[in-house]
Design a protein around this ligand. Structure first.
Ligand code: TYD
Length: 213
């Protein structure tokens, strides 16, 4: 039986997801909620191995099919070991990237078939869909400037790749308007977080929970 709430954060590299997920965690904990903050790839013990394989450029190039299946194994294990048990315990689960990253990056970015990827996602998550997805939307040039230091294997892709990823996120937001909230991430962290709080506040109200600003 699922009693918690599942919120995912999505967007192109450099959009500020990780900061928004961290600020959300602090806010919800201050409101007395039990929160589990996690991420993909690498949210389970086994997943840390996959994260290394997926992001470390020293492994060389990985073909798109292998890359996708690695993300799927990572996700399936993450759902089974971490997300589903936390939801069953009534926790609020905050996950930095989930199913939409695969559609946007492997579908939009790499050009794989989106229907096929959707079926793979469905198989991997086995019914554990997010209650809310916060999609942080930001112009690519601005996002690229925000990526600090050395870039991982996926961050080294070119601007055209990220343009396709962003366009696919926009399509997903149009396709699933009840689940995905598109938020303008070009403002200051405080401005963007205020929008995140509004989106989460609406979800909580719908589910009969309270959260103060
Ligand atoms: P990460 O360092 O976690 O970046 P970020 O802070 O931007 O989330 O790296 C995750 C990378 O993996 C990111 O470039 C997106 C990519 N990715 C996919 O291509 N497909 C997926 O299904 C997932 C979960 C991530």
């Amino acid at each position: 039986m699922r009693q918690g709430l599942f919120i995912t954060f999505e967007g192109i590299d450099g959009c500020g997801k990780s900061l928004m997920a961290a600020m959300t965690q602090t806010w919800l904990v201050e409101n007395g909620y039990e929160v589990l903050a996690t991420l993909e790839p690498g949210g389970s013990d086994l997943g840390k191995v996959f994260r290394q394989m997926l992001l470390d450029s020293s492994y060389g190039s990985v073909d798109s099919h292998t890359e996708t299946l690695l993300f799927m194994v990572d996700r399936s294990r993450h759902v089974t070991d971490v997300i589903r048990p936390a939801l069953a315990n009534g926790k609020i689960v905050l996950c930095d990237r989930y199913i939409d990253s695969t559609i946007a990056y492997q579908g939009g970015g790499r050009g794989l078939d989106i229907d096929e990827l959707t079926r793979l996602n469905d198989f991997a998550i086995n019914g554990v869909y997010p209650d809310l997805t916060i999609y942080l939307s930001l112009p690519i040039e601005q996002a690229m400037q925000r990526i600090p230091g050395t870039k991982d294997r996926l961050e080294q892709e070119n601007v055209e790749f990220f343009a396709r990823v962003a366009a696919t996120y926009d399509q997903l937001a149009d396709q699933y308007p009840h689940r995905i909230q598109r938020i303008d991430a070009s403002g200051s962290p405080q401005d963007v977080f205020a929008l995140v709080q509004t989106a989460i506040g609406t979800l909580f109200k719908d589910r009969g929970r309270i959260c103060h600003g």
